[in-house]
Design a protein around this ligand. Structure first.
Ligand code: ADP
Ligand code: MG
Ligand code: MG
Length: 898
């Protein structure tokens, strides 16, 4: 038997249903579904997505079985409509069809549709006879020629629109509906000669030829630039293909008892439970969205400023409206989700043409999910799956006030969400002085950002760059900081010398107000009002369910008490990475740090360290206080020491003077610290091997702070002391031994004990490969592992994160591999992680704590992976904590731990 490629839907035969979206496309699958539910749907058939795959694999040709299967489905369709007597291509009583695209994932408006197919100079006469309405017949005919020429013959619609405008102008008419049959008839002639002019061929008269032309055009539209871009932005794979649905026409353009419209079963912007939609009388297809006439509200709930004076569908066609209300409720309870429906009313009778899960804003997604649980339509686990982590990210940031006017200048990439306004500044130092001294709000505008801009980014409300993609420095850093960012906005030109920015023909000086909307990438002139999200109510309830469902804990990466506080508010369950080097950079301490680095002897070094000790202890005390009751992982000093020294000669001289040492001595010391490849140099635990006194001081500061918390406030924390960059268990054993010694001393001195543990980062492939030795109590004795996936990715790929931006873009374009610093590379880095988990738990038992502290810890796909390999927690920047909580919950709904 030959393979089945075409599936009928109708009264006599209905093949397929809503579960077959990947075969029939969303549209085709749901049309079959609606037929089965007994809804009024014009019959038709769907050509499967497998034909699309075949089409592209075989030089745009079709499987040999297709022709006969399509022909027999047309026979089916005619049988279904037997009581009307309509036949495809029949001169007396022609059956017209629409040819519609439908991908498995909805891509609204991205591909093409042709309506009224089957008309030619002869069948149009049949249509006139049957409908007794020649105006309607010619209106349908001209629409068909326009759409077919556009979609299939690639003739730009503007030629036809111009001809139509001229006609109306000649006649002194405003509206399309005022044109008579004779007007349309003469336009049809004009349209056909336009086709001959533009293509050198006559318009195809044979309905069968028209049909195959349209089918081919819909399959071809799968690869049009619009669709390609949409797929890229929304991460929709190319291989899934589109289906083609051929469906009997119903007519919304047959007079004043006819209409066409679209509706949402709930408000897509607020989520409110109200039936909501628009329609047009005596119209067809996309007229509603095309903006030719102002659409009318379907009911009073759909009133807005533009349409509230227009009569509603409930008034104009009450019977059809009532039926629509009954049907939408049926559809919502069937799909158990908000639906976006398309309908047409022909001579007072309602037909459903499409239903799909409606697109919605983040706020609506949360509200609808929570409401539907209360309505017992869905359970809590399903509710958790109804909001995407990206939506949550948008939800948590301020939005533009929907009522505010906006003067849109340009669009860039939506790199980091939130709506913010501030004064334009062009460099990080100006940003800092304006904010700190003038108490201004600023937007940092740069061609692109680099690590030297961090201080400016930190104080700015938002960041706008002219170059760079979604993983550019600006984008990544801004997301980490929870700052709004619009990146890669090619429309802006920055004239650094003149300190101004040009967009199109408009100029902006430093100090002018600018607004950014990071969820849409909009760049707006002036200051626009924003609204802050309401995180009580539905959101609060939703997050409670999220926490009930998830198994993974979510911690935060925080170096300061302020960050810890924010993170705790967002639901962090501890700190997964507290870096200590930021504390060293503090202007008040850097001097002591530099003395320590430049010391020639251990005694001198210890003297400098003694100055740092109380400051570090204070830092830890404050962080512990914020995180009371929760675990806090502190990483001992990690970067190479020369990072703390000045780079320029001028600064080195100044420092020499300040420290009262000869410049040459300082310079020499700096030279000896120089490294060709600092990333792989004298850093991490290697510092702890060379200078035990540094780590001893840090461990003392940590444990003293915990003892103090216990004694003064009777509060507990669980300090987890983390040793970075371990490659071999002996490094850990050596460091651990002296750390333990120091800790015991502290306990004795303070006469109190606190729980603590010592573990390691797994950030080198060798550490992963020898994780059993690192964990074994008689060897490395690591009590926990934390996967430092930034370095682990760098060292597994042999790829420097800071230097890879310039070529990783090309890698993604050429589909070699995606940027591994965004989402964990499961095949390589992920395998190492899996291995380390197995080896670690193998020797210490399943209770051994494992987590991730790399940047990917807040990225939903990576969170899923961490769940799958059985980690205990993920750790991410404070603003991503709720997103990680949701991703963790979705991971546990989707798959059980391995
Ligand atoms: P899209 O995927 O862009 O929404 P559709 O295939 O839904 O495109 O077609 C667009 C519009 O054309 C529909 O909303 C509907 O109004 C109209 N249409 C499609 N098929 C028919 C039909 N068989 N009868 C009447 N109108 C139709
Ligand atoms: Mg549609
Ligand atoms: Mg590291």
């Amino acid at each position: 038997m030959s393979k089945k490629f075409v599936f009928s839907f109708g009264k006599n035969q209905c093949e397929g249903d809503g579960s077959q979206k990947y075969l029939l496309g969303g549209k085709g699958a749901n049309l079959a579904d609606m037929v089965k539910l007994g809804l009024p749907v014009p019959p038709g058939f769907t050509i499967s997505t497998e034909v699309c795959t075949y089409f592209y694999q075989n030089g745009k040709s079709y499987p040999s079985e297709l022709k006969s299967q399509v022909e027999s489905c047309i026979k089916n369709l005619e049988k279904d409509l037997a009581d009307t007597g309509m036949k495809f291509g029949d001169r007396k009583n022609p059956l017209l069809v629409s040819v519609r695209s439908g991908a498995p994932v909805s891509m609204p408006g991205m591909m093409d549709t042709v309506l009224n197919l089957g008309l030619n100079d002869e069948t149009v006469q049949g249509l006139i006879e049957q409908s007794k309405d020649s105006r309607f017949a010619y209106d349908s005919y001209r629409r068909f020629i326009m759409m077919y020429s556009d979609v299939v013959l690639n003739v730009n619609t503007s030629y036809f629109e111009t001809a139509l405008e001229h006609k109306k102008a000649d006649l002194g008419l405003d509206l399309d509906t005022e044109l008579t049959d004779d007007h349309w008839k003469s336009l049809v002639k004009e349209f056909k000669s336009i086709v001959v002019e533009q293509t050198g061929k006559t318009f195809p008269e044979d309905p069968m030829e028209q049909l195959w032309g349209a089918i081919g055009a819909v399959f071809s539209s799968w690869m049009n630039p619009r669709a390609n871009t949409y797929r890229k932005i929304n991460n929709i794979p190319e291989h899934i293909g589109t289906a083609v649905t051929v469906q009997a026409m119903v007519y919304g353009n047959m007079g004043d008892d006819c209409a066409t419209g679209v509706a949402f079963t709930r408000d897509p912007s607020t989520g409110e439970k109200k039936f909501f939609g628009e329609f047009l009388v005596n119209a067809q297809g996309e007229d509603v969205v095309a903006g030719i006439r102002t659409p009318q509200p379907i009911n009073e709930e759909s009133f807005n400023d533009q349409n509230k004076h227009l009569p509603t569908l409930a008034k104009v066609l009450p019977i059809a409206y009532q039926e629509l209300v009954a049907l939408y409720q049926k559809l919502e309870s069937h799909y158990r989700d908000m639906q976006d429906v398309e309908f047409t009313i022909q001579k007072g009778k309602l037909f459903m043409l499409q239903t799909r899960n409606g697109k919605r804003t983040a706020a609506a997604a949360v509200k609808i999910a929570v409401d539907m649980v209360k309505e017992t339509l869905i359970d809590k686990k399903e509710a958790v799956m109804r909001v995407t982590p990206e939506q949550l990210d948008q939800f948590l940031h301020p939005r533009l006030d929907p009522k505010a006017k906006k003067d849109l200048l340009a669009k860039g990439l939506p790199a980091s969400p939130g709506a913010v306004s501030g004064k334009i500044v062009f460099d990080p130092d100006t940003a800092e002085t304006w904010v700190k001294e003038k108490k201004e709000k600023v937007i940092l505008v740069r061609i692109e950002t680099s690590p030297e801009d961090i201080h400016g980014m930190h104080v700015a409300e938002g960041i706008l760059t002219a170059r760079g993609g979604m993983t550019s420095h600006a984008a990544v850093v801004a997301r980490g900081m929870g700052k709004t960012c619009v990146a890669g906005c090619a429309a802006i030109k920055i004239l650094m010398e003149q300190r101004k920015m040009v967009i199109g023909n408009r100029e902006f000086q430093e100090g002018d107000w600018l607004t950014l909307e990071g969820s849409s990438g909009e760049v707006i002139a002036g200051k626009v009002d924003t609204v802050t999200p309401d995180i009580t109510g539905s959101f609060h309830e939703f997050m409670e369910w999220v926490d009930d469902v998830r198994k993974l804990k979510v911690r935060t990466n925080a170096d300061t008490p302020a960050d810890a506080k924010v993170a705790r508010k967002f639901g962090a369950e501890g700190i997964g990475l507290c870096r200590t080097e930021h504390m060293f950079f503090d202007p008040e301490r850097i001097e002591a740090v530099r003395q320590m680095i430049l010391s020639d002897s251990r005694a001198e070094r210890e003297k400098a360290l003694a100055k740092i000790l109380p400051m570090q202890r204070k830092d830890f005390f404050e962080i512990f206080q914020e995180m009371r009751g929760l675990p806090v992982t502190i990483r001992l000093l990690d970067p190479p020491l020369h990072e703390f020294l000045p780079h320029d000669e001028k600064d080195v001289r100044a420092l020499a003077k300040e420290m009262d040492v000869p410049y040459e001595q300082l310079y020499r010391r700096k030279e000896t610290l120089h490294e060709f490849n600092p990333m792989l140099g004298h850093r991490g635990c290697r510092l702890g091997i060379s200078f035990p006194e540094i780590y001893r001081m840090q461990v003392r500061a940590i444990v003293e702070a915990a003892c103090e918390l216990k004694k003064k406030l009777n509060q507990d924390v669980e300090p987890e002391i983390m040793i970075p960059l371990i490659a071999d268990w002996k490094e850990l054993q050596y460091i651990r031994t002296y750390c333990e010694e120091e800790i015991q001393k502290v306990f004795q001195e303070h006469n109190v004990k606190v729980p603590y543990s010592i573990g390691t980062m797994i950030e080198l492939p060798r550490a992963a490969l020898t994780a059993d030795q690192i964990a074994a109590s008689e060897k490395g004795n690591a009590e926990f592992f934390s996967f430092g996936t930034n370095d682990l990715t760098q060292t597994t790929f042999g790829l420097s994160r800071d230097d890879s931006a310039s070529f990783l873009g090309t890698y993604s374009e050429k589909k070699i591999f995606p940027d591994p610093f965004v989402s964990i590379d499961e095949d390589g880095v992920g395998e190492l992680m899996k291995l380390a988990v197995q080896k670690g738990k193998g020797v210490r038992g399943s209770s051994m704590k494992m987590g991730i502290c790399g940047e990917q810890g807040g990225e939903p796909r990576s969170v899923h992976f961490c769940h799958k390999i059985g980690l205990d927690y993920v750790s991410c920047s404070p603003y991503r904590v709720p997103i990680a909580r949701l991703a963790a919950a979705q991971a546990s709904v989707k798959n059980k731990a391995l």
